[in-house]
Design a protein around this ligand. Structure first.
Ligand code: ZN
Length: 339
């Protein structure tokens, strides 16, 4: 028998609270939908209602006509239930006028109804300028874009780098060995493209350079397994928020430290999930809401360990589920959320 097939049934008998529906309506800040313009949105609404998801934020909003058509479709069908973030087209960065054009396009996208800007992890990894050079996350040619977001009062949700273990040797000591074994394309090294630490520092430098812009570091800034360091970042930079898409298993394995983090930074955390698999939300609700013990995550390659509930208070849950998002996102109807 090998590690992947070893999956013993727990003999532990403790109370179980399976939570298929969130205790309060929530806003999922980190979702991806690729066909929001030619879609009646009905099946999404049916699934969202079952979960008690009040608003789905689609980060894959594109820009120009694509974005406009999505927003118009939403406004015609379910204006209160969806928001859309715009994206930047990095093609041509370095050529004359690129920055000015992107700033102009972003302003148009926001006037067409975009609620924020999403930056994918290709910035820092694979985006290259017109001379073939890697574009760092804190590149000066992007400064005017971040400043424009501050001026337009829209947040920037940014995914930079990946779990640190992807850079570590793929051996018996690597916590993400199973993920690298099953997804070989995810392996990184110090030269492919750059060290983990450098990418993270580029992102933090960019946050520091633009104090008037609100940034949401996706996936807890890939520091969910180092909450002390993430806390220091949040202490230093009041313009930074975090969301926990795809990293709930990191929080569920440190319930005391994570609950203390949620208590201290209760105004800085947003609910995010990332991949749209409705059945998987129950894992998130269970970690956040219950005090259950030693329960499994839904993907062994993310977490071969078991988790424990944080048992957050109603006050903190409401902030994480919707109050923090209502504070930083435009175009949201507050009436569908309790006080
Ligand atoms: Zn994502």
């Amino acid at each position: 028998m090998d590690f992947e097939s070893y999956n013993p049934v727990s003999t532990l008998k403790v109370d179980e609270h399976l939570v298929k529906r969130a205790k309060f309506p929530f806003i999922d800040i980190h979702n991806h939908q690729w066909n929001m313009s030619g879609n009646d949105l009905q099946s999404l609404i049916t699934d969202m209602d079952k979960l008690n998801m009040g608003v789905m934020n689609n980060l894959s909003g594109s820009s120009g006509d694509n974005l406009k058509n999505s927003v118009n479709n939403i406004r015609a069908r379910y204006p209160k239930r969806f928001t859309v973030f715009a994206n930047i087209d990095f093609d041509g960065i370095g050529t004359a006028g690129w920055t000015e054009n992107e700033v102009k396009q972003l302003a148009i996208d926001v006037s067409n109804g975009a609620s924020g800007l999403k930056i994918f992890k290709n910035l820092g990894f694979s985006v290259r300028d017109n001379k073939g050079q890697r574009v760092p996350v804190d590149d000066a040619r992007l400064d005017a874009i971040w400043d424009k977001c501050g001026e337009l009062k829209i947040p920037v949700l940014i995914h930079t780098a990946d779990p640190k273990s992807f850079w570590d040797p793929m051996d018996a000591n690597n916590e993400r060995w199973l993920e690298l074994e099953s997804h070989p394309g995810r392996k990184r090294s110090d030269t492919d493209p750059e060290p983990f630490e450098q990418l993270i520092e580029e992102q933090h430098h960019m946050f520091r350079k633009h104090p008037k812009t609100t940034f949401i570091a996706a996936h807890f800034g890939w520091l969910p397994n180092d909450l002390q360091r993430l806390g220091k970042l949040l202490d230093e930079l009041p313009n930074v928020m975090v969301e926990f898409g795809a990293v709930i298993a990191e929080l569920g394995r440190q319930p005391r430290a994570a609950a203390a983090f949620f208590n201290k930074y209760q105004d800085r955390i947003l609910f995010g999930k990332d991949s749209w698999v409705p059945e998987e939300y129950a894992t998130y609700f269970r970690v956040l809401e219950t005090k259950d013990e030693y329960f499994p995550y839904h993907k062994k390659y993310h977490a071969f360990w078991r988790m424990y509930g944080l048992g957050l208070s109603d006050e903190i849950l409401k902030k994480v589920y919707y109050k923090n998002a209502l504070r930083i996102l435009p175009h949201l109807d507050k009436s569908q959320f309790p006080n």
